[in-house]
Design a protein around this ligand. Structure first.
Ligand code: SAM
Length: 260
């Protein structure tokens, strides 16, 4: 335990993860802004720019077939469609937002009504467990994205195997996730912010200390940058260059893998 708080993650059964996201679905964006001081928006922008959806390869001329896993409220999906359309002039790239949680998907559908993609064939929704994507054909996806989702999965190796299976050869796995801070002094401040302030803010803003305590603990338990890269490689992916990019001292990191 850190700073005297009880470890809720360990006592929370996996089935409760669903309940955590149901209870935070409507306050999710506000809480993200509070918790990250708005920085999660910059990370998401950077993540999408680094992927450059809708650029010449790999999917053109039909556009890319993108699967946004744990897509929740559509934050990444809408950015990718905007990027493809506005930066690459690509009007064919399409995204399936997939999430295990119906409440998060409902929130995403609601938000999509404010985008140009509502009710278009460029956007669809799929309720599914990322560890078992039976309904998604093998070798059918150009880009698999998962942002701030995979650390919640019970069996991360199974999710990686499914990512590998559904991607086309040459297809890209791209993951944005909380990671390990690489500066000891900053880490001290960060740990106090996470374990001290975030559950309290969760309590005050959302009336829900336990869910936010769970989120903090799930970040703490997630593998380091190098360990996570190793797991991606074990699933069969090539990891170009260093294999990952640290964001804001490693608070978050982007990992990429290519299916050979
Ligand atoms: N990608 C969005 C973003 O960046 O704002 C939402 C991330 S949200 C923190 C995590 C999401 O993971 C939740 O919507 C939750 O329902 C989903 N999730 C948790 N376990 C899952 C699983 N096994 N399969 C698919 N989605 C899952």
């Amino acid at each position: 335990t850190h700073f005297g708080y009880e470890t809720i993650a360990e006592s929370l059964k996996e089935s409760k993860v669903g309940a955590v996201f149901s209870s935070v679905a409507s306050s999710y964006d506000t809480m993200n802004d509070f918790m990250s001081l708005g920085i999660h928006r910059l990370w998401k922008d950077h993540f999408v720019r680094s992927i450059n959806p809708g650029s010449a390869s790999p999917g053109s001329p039909e556009g890319w077939n993108i699967l946004d896993i744990a897509g929740g409220t559509g934050d990444i999906a809408f950015r990718m469609l905007d990027h493809a359309t506005n930066i690459n002039g690509d009007h064919r790239t399409r995204v399936t937002i997939s999430d295990i949680n119906a409440d998060m998907l409902r929130e995403g559908k609601k938000r999509s009504l404010d985008t140009p993609y509502a009710n278009s064939d460029r956007l669809s929704f799929l309720q599914a467990n990322a560890e078992k994507l039976d309904m998604v054909e093998s070798n059918s996806i150009d880009l698999y994205t998962v942002a701030f989702g995979i650390r919640n999965f019970t069996d991360k190796a199974a999710a990686l195997r499914e990512a590998y299976r559904v991607l086309k050869p040459g297809g890209v796995f791209a993951c944005l996730e909380f990671s390990k801070v690489n500066n000891p002094v900053f880490n001290e401040v960060y740990q106090r912010w996470s374990f001290g302030a975030i559950p309290l803010i969760g309590h005050l803003v959302a009336g829900d200390r336990d869910s936010y305590q769970y989120l903090v603990e799930s970040i703490d338990r997630f593998p380091s940058q190098e360990e996570w890269k190793g797991m991606i490689q074990e699933a069969g992916f090539m990891t170009p260059g260093k294999g990952y990019e640290d964001l804001t001292f490693g608070i978050a990191a982007i990992h990429k893998g290519v299916k050979p």
